[in-house]
Design a protein around this ligand. Structure first.
Ligand code: HEM
Length: 420
C-alpha cells in the first residue's frame, strides 16, 4: 500500500482501489501540490480545485462531454465472447450527460417537465408513503443494513414510478443499475465486463419493449415523454437515443441518491455534535441544511469526464487537445479555499449551497430537485420515527466501494431506537 502522506506527488496513482475508496488525503495533496495532475497510467488529467472545476463545468466549448469512441457498442476486439454478447446491442449514443450543446439541451427539454416543481410537488406524498413503508419493514428489529433497507429502495421506487415501470420489475431495474455502475467503475475483470454487458443488453431489450408500448399508448410518464419527443419537431427519438436517456436517468438517479441517504446516517454517527443540533431542531430549514452538507460531504458523483477541445494551459500544465480530464466534484467540495475547515462535517455552515455535488452549468443535475426532495422527506420521516443511530453490535465500520466516477458505501449496519 502506498503511503499517500509521504509518497512523491508524481507517484500517486489516483485510480488505485485504495485511492478510489479513500481519496481525501490524496485529493488534498493534489489540490495543494498538483491542481492539474496527469495520471501516468491512464493519461487522464485530474482537475481538483473548486474554482477550476467550476470553470471547466461552465465552459463546454473547451471541455466537451462527448467522448471519442462512445458511439460504439463497446466491443472489445480481444474478447470474442464480449463481442458476441454485444452483437445485437443498440449503440451507446451520446444524449444529455454525454452530449454537448445544442443537442444536449434538446434532449434535456424532452424530460425537463418530469422534474419541474409542479410534478415534483405531486410526488411528495408518494415519497413520504414509501419512506414510511420501508421503515415499517425494519423498525421492529431495532437494526438494519441502511443502504439495503432504505437508501436503495427509496429512490428506486420513486424513479420507477416516474419512468413508468411496474413495481414488480424493481429487482430488474436494480440489477441493471448495478451492471451500468460496474461498467463505470473501471475495476471489472474480463468476466465482470461480460456480466455487465449481459445486464445492459437485457436492459435494452426490456426498455425497447416498454418504449414500443408507449408509442402505441402514451401516458404521462417519462417513457412516454421520451418516445413521443422529436428533435425540432422533425426527427422522432429513436430507440438508441431513448435507451441512452433512460439509462442515464436510472443510473444517475439511483446510485447517487442511495449513497447520500446512507452516508448521511453514517456522518451523524461519526459527528454526535451535529446529530445533537439536528435532533433538537427537526424543522424543514434545519433538515435542508443537513441535506446540503451531506451532499457536499458525500459528493457521490465524485468525478465526471470531459474532453479538451483544444490545448489548454492551467496552472502551468498544458492539457493537449482531445485529452481526457476529470472534473473532480468531490475534491472541489472539500477545497479549503471555498469551504472553511472543509474536512469538517458542519450543518451550520453559512455557504452550504455553494457545493457542486450536482455539478454546475449546462449539465447541472437534471434530478437535483428530485434528489433534494427525496432526501429532505426521507430523512424527516426517518428522524421522526427512529433515533439514536449507532453502528450495530459487532458491525465493522463501513467501507466505500472502489469506483472511478461514483463514491458510496457498500453497506451500513446500524442499530437505532424506535420513537414511533
Ligand atoms: C444525490 C443525488 C445526485 C447527485 C449527487 C447527482 C450528481 C450529478 C452531477 C454531478 C451531474 C453533472 C455531471 C456533469 O457535469 O457531467 C449530474 C447530471 C445528471 N443527473 Fe444527477 N445526481 C443526483 C441525482 C439524480 C437524479 C435523482 C436523477 C434522475 C432524474 C439524475 C439525473 C441526472 C442526469 C440525467 C444528468 C445529466 C444532465 C445533463 O447532462 O444535462 N441525477 N448529476
Amino acid at each position: 500500500m502506498t503511503d499517500i502522506s509521504r509518497c512523491p506527488i508524481h507517484e500517486i496513482n489516483p485510480m488505485l482501489p485504495q485511492n478510489l475508496v479513500d481519496p481525501w488525503l490524496m485529493n488534498k495533496r493534489l489540490r495543494d501540490e498538483a491542481p492539474v495532475f496527469q495520471d501516468p497510467n491512464s493519461g487522464i488529467f485530474f482537475i481538483s480545485r473548486y474554482a477550476d472545476v467550476v470553470a471547466m463545468a461552465t465552459d463546454p466549448q473547451t471541455f466537451s462531454s462527448v467522448m471519442p469512441g462512445a458511439n460504439t457498442r463497446g466491443v472489445n476486439a480481444d474478447d470474442p465472447e464480449l463481442a458476441a454478447i454485444m452483437a445485437d446491442a443498440y449503440p451507446n449514443v451520446p444524449t444529455m450527460l454525454t452530449q454537448d450543446p445544442p443537442l444536449q439541451r434538446r434532449y434535456r427539454k424532452f424530460v425537463d417537465g418530469a422534474f419541474a416543481p409542479r410534478n415534483l410537488k405531486k410526488l411528495e406524498p408518494y415519497i413520504e408513503q414509501i419512506s414510511n413503508e420501508l421503515i415499517d419493514d425494519f423498525a421492529d428489529a431495532g437494526r438494519c443494513e441502511f443502504l439495503e433497507a432504505f437508501g436503495i429502495p427509496l429512490p428506486l421506487n420513486v424513479i420507477a414510478s416516474q419512468i413508468g415501470t411496474p413495481l414488480a420489475d424493481l429487482g430488474l431495474l436494480r440489477r441493471w443499475t448495478e451492471a451500468f455502475i460496474g461498467n463505470l467503475s473501471q475495476q471489472l475483470d474480463k468476466e465482470g465486463i461480460r456480466e455487465a454487458a449481459r445486464g445492459m443488453v437485457e436492459f435494452q431489450k426490456y426498455f425497447v419493449e416498454r418504449m414500443e408500448e408507449r408509442r402505441a399508448n402514451p401516458t404521462d410518464d417519462i417513457l412516454s415523454m421520451v418516445v413521443n419527443a422529436s428533435i425540432d419537431g422533425e426527427k422522432p427519438i429513436d430507440n438508441a437515443e431513448g435507451l441512452s436517456m433512460l439509462s442515464q436517468i436510472l443510473v444517475a438517479g439511483n446510485e447517487t441518491t442511495a449513497a447520500s441517504l446512507t452516508e448521511g446516517i453514517w456522518l451523524l454517527i461519526q459527528n454526535p455534535d451535529q446529530y445533537e443540533i439536528l435532533r433538537n431542531d427537526l424543522t424543514a430549514e434545519r433538515i435542508s441544511d443537513f441535506v446540503e452538507e451531506v451532499l457536499r460531504y458525500s459528493s457521490p458523483s465524485s468525478n465526471m469526464f470531459r474532453r479538451a477541445t483544444r490545448d489548454v494551459t492551467l496552472h502551468g500544465v498544458t492539457i493537449p487537445e482531445n485529452a481526457i480530464c476529470f472534473a473532480r466534484f468531490a475534491s472541489a467540495n472539500q477545497d479549503e479555499a471555498q469551504f472553511e475547515d472543509a474536512q469538517r462535517f458542519d450543518i451550520t455552515r453559512t455557504n452550504l449551497k455553494e457545493h457542486v455535488a450536482f455539478g454546475k452549468g449546462i449539465h447541472h443535475c437534471l434530478g437535483a430537485a428530485l434528489a433534494r426532495r427525496e432526501m429532505n422527506i426521507g430523512f424527516k420521516v426517518v428522524f421522526e420515527r427512529l433515533e439514536n443511530f449507532r453502528l450495530a453490535d459487532g458491525a465493522e465500520p463501513p467501507q466505500f466501494s472502489p469506483n472511478a466516477l461514483l463514491h458510496g458505501l457498500t453497506g451500513l449496519d446500524v442499530a437505532f431506537d424506535v420513537i414511533r
